[in-house]
Design a protein around this ligand. Structure first.
Ligand SMILES: [Zn+2]
Ligand SMILES: [Zn+2]
Length: 354
């Protein structure tokens, strides 16, 4: 059974794309199977804002034809000889990263997500020259370091979006000490932001949600946010702000957010806008008087992913999702672009595998 899987996915093709969201099912060549690899038959894949930025070429020219998707859950069908702790039949996930050098200082410090030679799950290039293809597809091969066992208590449809959206906000919350006695602000309540509210509450922090969308108000209360703010500035109140915004308009004052930070507070952006969308201007006066910091965070490590899954398991945390078959991918992508999603679309497998 192990060698019969056909690699096919919903791809943006190499012919000049008429429309970024018009995908068609194509067969493609997977990476060469290596002794550390796990081959996974995909059952679910979440739709991330990164997929939209990549398909619209907002982060630069993409390597077409390309299958995107990096919130993957499926069943293991084959493991290489070096693979430990994962076996055929296991339910596992893969997130936004699928490779790293394994021996630099970052990789050896459980910071493989910061490896300078990290390979993204799609639109990257493996050492054998094959372009990495994502999870709107039948199957994926991944090095065991980037394959995460899913606890039995978490359903696949719930685990999928934890692989990127969940982990991307879990990592900075953990790193910067979200917990009892801390006040955490979350800017932008979409796929990532809704996870930031859920995790920060589960970690015991007091949560301030910032949104411009009053229609999300009731949802955000149900997610557990303690305070919902639209524009009332909070002076020197917060220990940490996680910004999930991936569009910065020049009227959005970064200074307003920085002024909300308590001494040594941190503003951490996890959103990555298009290449031409720079951060709003600021001045040293916004940092020095409270000793605050401005920084960023890139997905998370395997260690953090396993911790996050354990938190979701033990606190029974479920994301807010909408499921649809993979053939509805166009609707999902456009829903993300137009901010219609509440709060993550999860595509379920429907490609005939023969
Ligand atoms: Zn993502
Ligand atoms: Zn490395």
């Amino acid at each position: 059974m192990s060698n019969t899987i056909q690699f096919k996915g919903y791809a943006l093709t190499g012919k000049y794309p008429r429309k970024w969201s018009d995908l068609q099912v194509l067969s493609y060549q997977p990476k060469t199977f290596q002794p550390d690899d796990v081959e996974i038959a995909i059952t679910h894949c979440g739709v991330c804002g990164s997929d939209v930025h990549t398909l619209t070429q907002g982060w630069g020219k993409s390597k077409l034809p390309l299958v995107v998707g990096h919130e993957i859950v499926g069943k293991v069908v084959r493991v290489g000889d070096n693979v430990k702790d994962i076996k055929a039949g296991d339910r596992v996930g893969v997130g936004a990263q699928i490779g790293s050098c394994m021996h630099c200082k970052s990789c050896e410090s459980d910071y493989e997500n910061y490896c300078p030679k990290g390979i993204p799950t799609y639109n990257g290039e493996y050492p054998d020259g094959v372009i990495s293809q994502g999870g709107y597809s039948t199957a994926i091969r991944a090095h065991q370091q980037f394959v995460f066992p899913i606890p039995h208590e978490i359903e696949s449809r719930h685990a999928a979006s934890m692989m990127c959206a969940g982990l991307t906000v879990y990592s900075p919350l953990k790193t910067h000490g979200a917990g009892p006695g801390k006040k955490v602000g979350v800017v932008g309540i979409g796929g990532l932001g809704h996870y930031a509210v859920l995790w920060a509450k589960a970690m015991g922090a007091e949560v301030y949600a910032f949104t411009h969308d009053s229609s999300k108000m009731d949802d955000i209360k149900k997610m557990g946010a303690d305070h919902i703010d639209f524009h009332k500035p909070l002076s020197r109140a917060l220990d940490l702000i996680i910004s999930t915004r991936d569009v910065f308009d020049q009227n959005m004052s970064l200074d307003t957010y920085l002024s909300m930070l308590f001494v040594h507070g941190k503003f951490v952006t996890v959103g990555l806008p298009d290449a031409n969308n720079v951060l709003p201007e600021t001045h040293a006066f916004s940092f020095v008087p409270s000793g605050c910091f401005l920084g960023g965070s890139a997905i998370g490590s395997k260690k953090e992913c396993l911790e996050m899954l354990d938190l979701a398991r033990s606190k029974k945390i479920k994301p807010w999702i909408e499921e649809m078959p993979m053939c509805d991918v166009k609707k999902a992508l456009e829903g993300v672009k137009q901010n219609k999603v509440r709060y993550r679309y999860i595509l379920t497998q429907d490609i005939e595998n023969k």
